[in-house]
Design a protein around this ligand. Structure first.
Ligand SMILES: [Zn+2]
Ligand SMILES: [Zn+2]
Length: 770
């Protein structure tokens, strides 16, 4: 036999390399992809997961090996993200086969459960292939796609620790699961019609295709369906059926807040909105977020979908069930979170049947349990890039690297749009969207999500970071949890979240514009020019405050802010003649006496005031409504602005009273509201530019981070960024976490982690005032 001879012969020609691959490379089908690439080139060796990522040893002819290395980045499956590779030379061993080796003994300390991913193209082809054994099977998935985070109970991520443990793999599915050459090798949620989850229509006994057909028929007939999805229930209705959409609004007690749409394909989406390239990319990414896009003139969508707005929130199907529904049923559906008002999205069959009983006519259920709920993520294109408005399903639990190590920190976030954040080593893990903590149900989810993050990351926090606001439910929870707390001022946290997502520590200037947050002495802040690093901050300037006549009432009724702005500018309330005289006079008295009427610098309040001055809206039904509508009517291409002045005190004060006088005069002369809206946006952008100029003089810092909910406003963000860049500032905007309160927990975590690191290392980094 010549076997030995061949081996010895090949040893002389063969080379061997060790390859270290770091990044998101576990649980995403990376090893089988390497296996297929190596065997295709007749290379030998092994690939295995370990605590640092993936380790490959590969051997064969020098030519084949170098081609393998060249092609490795392209070999990586869609969900993998290679952050770094290192290659070392090894001595050839004469191995003849390539294998997937068992994971290294030591449990992976950096391993995480991957985010959920939209159905891949290969699965989609099988889904609609009549000869495939998974033809029209609503739970088809593979290593490139399917549920992950939402079904994971514990680490390490394998089937036994997911909600798929309840389903025993049939022989064929097991064969795929164990075959390294299969696309379903270690696809933990692997399933087929013989062994996997099944659809059912509640109260009817209908299952599978029959349940789906009945749901589609109901939607076509204008009824409302509750549909169990990936991270929770949706409420679905035909988006072209005005009566159905209006009924959904009434039952959901949501008069105005826009509904998201799901369309059969990109063509359908393109028929109703203008699609820019970044929007198209975001829509088709495995995250499949809702993307807010400019509505096309004449789009055939029920008016009740997004009343008063010039944008529609659209998304593509991201589960096999969605693809089937939209293929069979109406090609454009309202798909809104299955909840009442601001409660968390329903995830369990029993809870959905109870809580959505008054809303949905039919309930399409299935028997794969959702372990952790995750709402749809929402993005908007700002300055040519997708910016998260809500970061949830598809993103979670992807880490954000802080770039330094610290003891584990839990950050509990703000009160509205709450999300929490946990750090492990140098990585920060933001939770799915939790919501408005004033709701009891949401607070329960808040506690649940903290427990689940601890479980999935295998850490216990040593420090709890929280807001300074004593009335935030999250802050109260932090102060009572028994761990060391690290209070972080709200706007400092916003700025820090922007620094953290860019891997920065500071110092940086920051313009933080939002509704209202608590200053260090309990003042109401929200129009802030800060100088900060992760350790601390200094307030360099702010907007001149407005009186909130009647406190919270002023936030619900923007005309009260318009009254305060007029009064402060020395004008009468004549522009608000439409408001009942008694009410006007009562509010004027509140403004004059200051009784129960605190002053606030919040930039968001200025949008409210100007929206009311324009006669756009006197009362709101959802947070930020007046501001969103003001942006919606702003005339495109407007380049005029209003005067403002800056008082060069310390901190400096941006005084918008001259702008209010000019707006008052223009409106009195019958100027169109759209022009006033556009000019006001531009004025604010110029005020940002001027304020940053002074901040740079005083600090010598030339980087500006833009954060806070107001920077969800595309018009404001883009014009502020442009003006600052013209003035040679380096501008940081959000791209990975929302500028709104949904990103605050990341900033809190970064600040607390950095401060804890200082305590530990004893470093003496200069600190600004807190
Ligand atoms: Zn797939
Ligand atoms: Zn099966």
């Amino acid at each position: 036999m010549s076997t030995i001879g061949t081996a010895v012969h090949s040893l002389e020609l063969r080379v061997r390399r060790g390859i270290r691959v770091r990044g998101t490379v576990q649980g995403v089908g990376f090893r089988p992809a390497v296996f297929r690439a190596a065997t295709a080139r007749d290379l030998a060796g092994f690939v295995r997961n370990d605590s640092e990522g993936v380790w490959i040893e590969i051997e064969g002819s020098a030519g084949a090996l170098s081609r393998f290395l060249e092609e490795l980045p392209g070999t990586a499956p869609p969900l993998a993200r290679i952050e770094a590779t290192e290659i070392v030379e090894l001595r050839a061993l004469g191995e003849l086969e390539f294998r997937i080796a068992a994971s290294a003994e030591r449990p992976s300390v950096r391993a995480i459960v991957p985010p959920d991913a939209a159905t891949c193209d290969a699965c989609l082809r099988e889904l609609f292939d009549p000869s495939d054994r998974r033809f029209r099977y609503p739970f088809i998935n593979c290593t490139d796609c399917g549920p992950r985070y939402t079904i994971a109970r514990d680490l390490p991520y394998d089937r036994a620790r997911t909600t798929m443990a309840a389903f025993t793999l049939c022989a064929r599915c097991r064969g795929e699961y164990e075959d390294p050459s299969s696309r379903r090798f270690h696809a933990e949620p692997n399933a087929c019609p013989d062994c996997g989850p099944v659809l059912s229509l509640s109260g009817t006994g209908l299952r599978g295709e029959a349940a789906l057909a009945a749901t589609v028929a109901a939607l076509r007939a204008g009824r409302i369906a509750a549909v169990k999805g990936l991270g929770g229930f949706h409420l679905a209705a035909d988006a072209r059926d005005q009566a159905a959409v209006v009924r959904l609004r009434e039952r959901k007690q949501r008069p105005h807040k826009p509904f998201a749409l799901m369309a059969r394909d990109l063509g359908q989406i393109e028929a109703i909105v203008e699609l820019e390239e970044p929007a198209r990319r975001a829509l088709a990414s495995p995250v499949r977020p809702i993307v807010l896009c400019p509505r096309r003139a004449g789009a055939t969508v029920a008016p009740a979908v997004a009343p008063g707005l010039d944008e529609l929130g659209v998304m593509l199907p991201y589960t096999p069930l969605h693809h089937l529904m939209l293929r069979d049923g109406p090609e454009l559906l309202v798909m809104t979170s299955g909840n009442l008002a601001e409660e968390p999205i329903a995830k369990d069959n029993a809870a959905a049947l109870e809580r959505l009983a008054g809303i949905a006519d039919v309930f399409l259920l299935h028997d794969r349990e959702i372990h952790t709920r995750a709402d749809d993520s929402v993005a908007r294109i700002v300055a040519g890039k997708a910016q998260p408005v809500r970061r949830s399903r598809g993103h979670v639990p992807e880490p954000i690297e802080l770039g330094f190590s610290a003891p584990p920190v839990l950050a509990v976030g703000a009160n509205l749009k709450n999300a929490v954040c946990m750090t492990r080593d140098g990585d920060a893990y933001l939770s799915p969207h939790v919501g408005d903590l004033d709701h009891l149900e949401t607070f329960a989810f808040f506690r649940e999500v903290i427990g689940k993050l601890e479980q999935l990351l295998g850490v216990h926090p040593e420090v709890v970071a929280c807001d300074l606001h004593p009335d935030y439910v999250s802050t109260r929870w932090a102060l009572e949890c028994g761990l060391r707390t690290e209070p972080v001022q709200h706007h400092h946290a916003h700025l820090a979240s922007c620094l953290a997502e860019h891997g920065r520590i500071g110092p940086s200037l920051g313009v933080v514009f939002d509704g209202t947050g608590c200053g260090p002495a309990g003042e109401l802040w929200g129009g802030e020019f800060l100088l900060a690093d992760l350790a601390g901050f200094q307030r360099l300037g702010h907007l001149r405050p407005l009186t909130l006549a009647g406190g919270e009432a002023a936030i619900r009724e923007p005309w009260r802010l318009a009254a305060a702005a007029l009064h402060d500018a020395g004008l009468t309330l004549d522009l608000l003649g439409r408001i009942d005289r008694k009410k006007r006079e009562a509010v004027l008295r509140l403004i004059e006496t200051g009784a129960a009427s605190p002053k606030a610098t919040g930039a968001g309040r200025w949008f409210d005031a100007v929206a009311a001055l324009c006669g756009l809206r006197d009362e709101i039904t959802y947070e930020g409504q007046a501001a969103v509508e003001l942006e919606a009517i702003a005339a495109p291409g407007e380049c005029c602005s209003y005067p403002f002045r800056i008082e060069r005190s310390d901190p400096f004060i941006v005084d918008l009273r001259p702008a209010v006088r000019a707006i008052g005069a223009e409106l009195a002369n019958g100027a169109p509201a759209g022009e006033v809206a556009a000019r006001f946006h531009r004025t604010l952008a110029m005020a940002i530019g001027a304020g940053c100029g002074i901040a740079r003089e005083r600090s010598r810092v030339e980087t500006v981070a833009l954060s806070g909910g107001c920077f969800q406003n595309r018009l404001l963000s883009e014009s502020a960024k442009r003006l600052l860049e013209q003035d040679e500032f380096a501008v940081l905007v959000h791209g990975r976490v929302p500028p709104n309160d949904g990103g605050v927990a990341l900033g809190q975590a970064a600040v607390a982690a950095w401060r804890s690191r200082q305590v530990k290392g004893g470093n003496d980094v200069p600190r600004h005032s807190r």
